[in-house]
Design a protein around this ligand. Structure first.
Ligand code: ADE
Length: 243
């Protein structure tokens, strides 16, 4: 997969590209990430990239031509171009999974100041937000999206490591423990030390369902449940009601 990131702060990505799993994914050629400095594409003096809005109003807007120049150069029939903005479709694990499987070449556009000249939308396939809050720019959202997709590329992390992740199956993840098995009277649940794989699987499924029901019931609303899950969830609901 190729990811092109368009930004006026290329240095923002230095640590991201040279640390841990992302660094290894790049070294192993599972992903190619190119950071493009938008200022190199402006015709205005001193690398100026913004101007006042037509019609008046506070703040500055990023101008359209540099985006147009750079995107015309980068876009091909395989590219999917995403503009990061608090007004976009809210990103989630389902999109991360779909994009990691289907997109060959992703372009992420980071905005700044009060926004970008609206003509940017002529060049974009989807406007995406990482949540209902406003950040100073699109660089952190670009890292969030790149990271969530790259870790799903085969070989970047073990499939077993993410298949049970929170959100991957539409549920929150079950609790996990490591050594020591007891500390200051706080114990690891016995079932996890039993070596009984089926009991461990059932315990984890129950805890996943219970956590999701208590913390994020909205996730269960549209989820297609298996018979086993429905049975366990009904048991959980009953036991909570009778508490
Ligand atoms: N730029 C500023 N805030 C943002 C958000 N919440 N998501 C994506 N891009 C943004």
């Amino acid at each position: 997969m190729i990811i092109d990131i368009i930004t006026i702060f290329p240095n923002f990505f230095d640590q991201f590209l040279t640390t841990s799993k992302i660094k290894h994914a790049i070294e192993d050629k599972r992903v190619e990430i190119n950071i493009h400095d938008l200022r190199l594409y402006t015709d205005l003096k001193g690398g100026k990239i913004d101007d006042t809005p037509y019609g008046g109003g506070a703040g500055m807007l990023m101008i359209y031509p540099p985006f147009h120049k750079l995107l015309t150069k980068l876009k091909t029939k395989d590219t999917f171009t995403v503009f990061l903005s608090p007004q976009g479709t809210v990103y989630n694990q389902a999109l991360a999974t779909k994009w990691s499987e289907e997109i060959k070449h992703l372009i992420l556009i980071c905005g700044h100041y009060e926004g970008i000249d609206d003509r940017i939308l002529n060049l974009v396939d989807l406007e995406v937000s990482i949540g209902d809050y406003v950040l100073t720019g699109g660089e952190i959202p670009a890292m969030v999206i790149a990271d969530s997709i790259i870790r799903l590329i085969p070989g970047v992390i073990n499939k077993e490591s993410y298949i049970d992740d929170s959100h991957q199956q539409g549920l929150l993840k079950y609790p996990q423990y490591t050594k020591p098995d007891e500390y200051m009277g706080h114990k690891v649940p016995d079932v996890l030390k039993s070596g009984h794989h089926e009991n461990i699987r059932l315990w984890r499924l129950e805890k996943s369902l219970e956590k999701t029901y208590l913390k994020r019931p909205d996730l269960l609303e549209n989820r297609v449940m298996t018979k086993e899950e429905t049975k366990i969830l009904n048991k959980i609901k009953k036991s909570i009601e009778t508490k």
